[in-house]
Design a protein around this ligand. Sequence first.
Ligand code: FES
Length: 87
Amino acid sequence: MTEIVCRCEDITEEDILDAIDQGYTTLEEIKRVLRCGMGPCQGRTCIPLITRIVARKTGKSLAEVSRPTTRPPLQPLPLSVFAGEEE
Ligand code: FES
């Protein structure tokens, strides 16, 4: 049975284990390759699960598996800008 880990991007545990076997052993690398953690929830659901999978597969502790970098906007913007109501 295939277990979905990232529901937003439809990534399974098997996808993550395959990525680790291919040499992507950090959360940042796995995020870039599989796009997990880039869905609408921004990884709130899946990043803790993926962290545990990476730690278990690589033999690292949870503390050693660092969280991926978050990149907020350079400056705060009102939502109306994203809605196209302002420039
Ligand atoms: S569950 Fe992975 S980004 Fe939402």
